[in-house]
Design a protein around this ligand. Structure first.
Ligand code: CP3
Length: 333
């Protein structure tokens, strides 16, 4: 059994497992080497051999307890035929959302994303992932709706114009729900052993809309993942009330961001907790990093906890700092 499975299934507290969001990415020279030769990010995600190689890069280097498949939450709009591009130093840019989306069917979608599922199969077959979890993932319905309508990352707040047409919103949520379920099912069939749901823009939703935009659409997905007997991790980044979210959504694991007090969360929430540390600590000197890592490990020594960050690894991170982080966690008694 993997350390993560022991933590989730047995609520084991004796050994803290570790993996990091964005563990496969630009802070790794071996990733940058591949990336330079592959300027089209979507194409790279659809190259099953390179995608599985990139997924395994951080496992080879650091021996993390989980491999997260190298892909992107925006593969869903791509699979629905919406144009998705990534501009350097800007982020994603999506194309117009036109009515052709209604002509998409399951076959069309699955065919477009087949290399993602093949990459998961490759990763599963590699001996580096023996006794480790293979994490598949999706964006939460709300976060995907934001990208599909806003066509780029929102700033601090959202242009409320895009949410005005309630019928359009409802129908888009339905489409997203249908294809997210297909995407989840396909990833599990290919070998994903855990699904993480990223709700990166959960913090933008007003309290009065939480039911419609966050809770209702997410509950359906969480129940869907659980129906495969597969654990589900939720990351509603910057949501104001994690306790309420957990009570309503009931995921197997909750990933917290770095703007919350981990001690308060620990005292409020009974389920497995993941993450929390500010990725910026990986940019500071060893002493500061050590202090922060030990702070998290000590806070959670009597609570089932998976070490991770409060958001993704920053591109400017030195891989040596990640090495040191993993050593600190492995040596902790
Ligand atoms: O290692 C992993 O975590 C697995 C792969 C992964 C990527 N994106 C690869 C990626 C995962 C899990 C994601 C999730 C994702 N993608 C989220 C949710 C998490 C979060 O960051 O809030 C979101 C919002 C996206 C959409 C997205 N993709 C953005 C906003 C960007 C640009 C910002 C950036 O960091 O460059 C991406 C691009 C992206 N996705 C990169 C990687 C490795 C960088 C691409 C590059 O090399 O230029």
């Amino acid at each position: 059994m993997s350390l993560i499975a022991k933590c989730i299934k047995n609520k084991d507290k004796t050994t803290t497992p570790v993996w990091l969001m964005r563990q496969a990415g630009r802070y790794l020279p071996e990733f940058r080497e591949i990336r330079t030769k592959n300027p089209d990010f979507i194409k790279l995600c659809l190259n099953k051999n390179l995608a599985s190689e990139i997924t395994l890069q951080p496992i080879k280097r650091f021996g993390f307890d989980a491999a997260i498949i190298f892909s992107d939450i925006l593969m869903l709009p791509y699979g629905l035929g919406q144009k998705v591009e990534f501009k350097k130093n800007f982020g994603p840019i999506l194309g117009k959302l036109d009515s052709k989306i209604e002509e998409v069917n399951e076959n069309f979608f699955t065919n477009k994303l087949t290399p993602v599922y093949d990459a998961i199969r490759n990763v599963k077959e590699n001996n580096l992932t023996e006794n480790k979890e293979v994490i598949g993932f999706v964006g939460a319905p709300w976060t995907l709706l934001v990208y599909m309508l806003n066509k780029q990352s929102p700033k601090k707040e959202l242009n409320s114009e895009i949410l005005k047409d309630k019928n359009k919103i409802k129908s888009l949520f339905n489409t997203i729900d249908k294809y997210l379920k297909i995407h989840i099912k396909n990833q599990i069939s290919a070998g994903a052993t855990i699904i993480q749901i990223f709700d990166s823009w959960a913090g933008l939703v007003d309290d009065k809309f939480l039911d419609n935009y966050i809770y209702e659409p997410t509950i359906k997905l969480v129940e869907f993942v659980k129906s495969f007997n597969t654990p589900v991790i939720c990351f509603p980044r910057n949501i104001k009330d994690y306790k309420k979210y957990v009570e309503i959504i009931n995921p197997d694991v909750i990933n917290i961001d770095y703007n919350v007090d981990p001690k308060k969360i620990r005292d409020q929430i009974g389920i497995v907790i993941q993450g929390g540390m500010d990725p910026k600590f990986l940019l500071s000197d060893k002493e500061k990093l050590k202090k922060e890592v030990l702070n998290y490990l000590n806070l959670f020594k009597d609570h089932p906890y998976i070490f991770n960050l409060g958001h993704g690894v920053l591109p400017e991170t030195n891989p040596d700092a990640v090495d040191y982080l993993v050593k600190l966690i492995r040596d902790f008694k």
